[in-house]
Design a protein around this ligand. Structure first.
Ligand code: NDP
Ligand SMILES: Nc1nc(O)c(N)c(N[C@@H]2O[C@H](COP(=O)(O)O)[C@@H](O)[C@H]2O)n1
Length: 224
């Protein structure tokens, strides 16, 4: 058993998530941010990698007061459970994700995480341990499902998305493709990591919709 997993990202026309310095870039605009907010409000959990926390310092809260009120009316917490995949417990204890907005946070660490960092994070988040030196994403998905997370949104970055896709843990991919070119062979892309070698390993996607949005295109794929 695992949650239904939606990956949502904004990429430049050349497929980059940000610059080679990993500096956050506004690729989409307010219409897209609102669309993302709606998906987030419909999820039980939202997950990013530690690279995204260190680069962007996101809060990952639901932004619309109406959507927050609707969640509360349904007996759900104001925000989805916020989850950081962080083998070595590098999340800064003052990170926005740990302080902005109410609700549960989970930091997912590996067995090898240093104990002093675990101690520093423990007051701010629940800690889940899985994997020896790196988080075991398959096991994590089972553990999240056991805590009641049925629908999970993954917001990046490229290394975590690769980990999820290569482990066969993604059901849906939603990408906003913006009208800029960032360039740079070291700039993060939608799926980084090692990459597949054999065609037989490539995940195959089914196109479910394409629509113009702002100055770019919104594409929905299902992972077969
Ligand atoms: N445009 C957009 O929509 C978005 C853009 N971004 C951008 O992406 C960049 C960050 O991406 P990136 O640097 O790739 O970092 P990620 O956010 O993908 O985090 C990657 C880290 O996650 C940890 N991790 C632990 N276990 C695993 C596993 N099993 N598989 C994969 N990762 C694992 C690793 O660190 P460790 O080993 O220490 O645990 C790894 O280095 C930033 O520049 C950010 O601005 C991010 C989100 C959305
Ligand atoms: N949808 C979208 N468009 C962009 O142009 C982006 N740069 C991103 N980035 C993601 O949004 C997160 C910000 O979250 P908070 O507003 O702080 O809650 C950021 O970390 C990226 O994951 N997304």
């Amino acid at each position: 058993m695992r949650p239904y997993v939606i990956v949502n990202v904004a990429v430049s026309a050349d497929g980059k998530l940000s610059t080679r310095e990993r500096r956050q870039v506004k690729i989409s605009g307010n219409v897209d941010f609102d669309r993302v907010d709606e998906i987030k409000a419909g999820c039980d959990g939202i997950m990013v990698g530690i690279g995204t926390v260190l680069a962007d310092d996101p809060s990952l809260t639901v932004k619309s007061p109406e959507r927050i009120a609707e969640r509360v009316k349904q007996g759900r917490p104001e925000h989805p459970v916020r989850i950081v995949v962080d083998s070595q417990a590098r999340t800064p204890p003052d990170a926005k994700i740990l302080h902005k907005g109410s609700g549960k946070r989970i930091i997912v660490i590996a067995e090898s995480a240093p104990s002093e960092r675990i101690t520093a994070l423990a007051p701010h988040a629940e800690l889940i341990k899985t994997g020896m030196s790196q988080v075991d994403l398959k096991d994590l998905m089972h553990k999240l499902a056991e805590t009641g997370i049925k629908k999970l949104m993954v917001e990046g970055g490229g290394t975590l998305i690769w980990g999820m896709i290569s482990a066969g843990l993604v059901d849906e991919l939603i990408m906003f493709v913006g009208n800029i070119i960032i360039g740079g062979e070291d700039a993060p892309t939608l799926a980084d990591g090692l990459g597949f070698i054999h065609e037989s390993d490539f995940p195959v996607l089914e196109l479910t919709s394409v629509s113009p949005m702002e100055k770019g295109v919104l594409i929905h794929w299902k992972v077969k």
